[in-house]
Design a protein around this ligand. Structure first.
Ligand SMILES: [Fe+2]
Ligand SMILES: [Fe+2]
Length: 197
């Protein structure tokens, strides 16, 4: 007998898919609940951001139609996560009242800085959400087809929002680098918190 710890035998039939979990590595139910909780919170925050932008920029602004389009998509995202929360009995984040105010303040605040700052806000938020959804898809990797289908569809629309923002002057916003850096950091902190509480 040897004192060396033995390595668990490697299955010879499994395909090597580096950097992605194998379908057999099922994500725990608790982890999937955390994903739904944070996504629900994020979509709620997104609705509030666009609501804040709409409140400041109004319906007669030249980008009003675009912002309304993004707002309506966020409402549909939120409705879908509301349904998932209910169907799966997931506890929503207790921070909802805070995201209600913070999201609106972020949207309204950047819109007050100008239409390009509003677009920079959208660009920053959607960049973080795109990364966040991709991370979740990589983790789920076939273990929850229903949730993955929802995330994939919404991720494509968040990327569309980011593209709209970039095509409408996001990068010409005054202090673009600092502004988007601060917003991205705020979004990452919000994600971190909403997973936990
Ligand atoms: Fe969304
Ligand atoms: Fe979005």
């Amino acid at each position: 007998m040897t004192s060396e710890p033995s390595q668990p035998p490697k299955a010879t039939t499994e395909k090597q898919t580096p950097a992605r979990p194998l379908p057999g590595d099922r994500v725990s139910e608790a982890e999937r609940e955390r994903m739904i909780r944070v996504d629900h919170a994020g979509e709620f925050g997104a609705v509030r951001i666009y609501a804040g932008q709409r409140a400041v920029l109004g319906e007669h602004h030249k980008n009003a139609g675009l912002i309304r389009h993004m707002y309506e998509q966020e409402e549909a995202h939120l409705a879908r996560f509301n349904k998932l929360i209910t169907e799966r009995g997931v506890r929503p984040t207790i921070l909802a009242p805070f995201w209600n105010v913070a999201g609106f303040a972020l949207g309204a605040g950047t819109a007050l800085m100008g239409e390009k700052a509003a677009m920079a806000c959208t660009q920053a938020v959607e960049t973080v959400i795109d990364e966040h959804y991709q991370e979740q898809r990589d983790k789920l990797a076939g273990s929850d087809p229903e949730l993955e289908e929802v995330i994939e569809e919404f991720q494509a629309e968040e990327v569309e929002h980011k593209r709209i923002a970039e095509e409408h002057g996001a990068e010409e916003a005054p202090g673009h680098k600092i502004l988007t850096g601060v917003i991205k950091a705020g979004c990452r902190a919000a994600i971190w918190l909403s997973k936990r509480v």
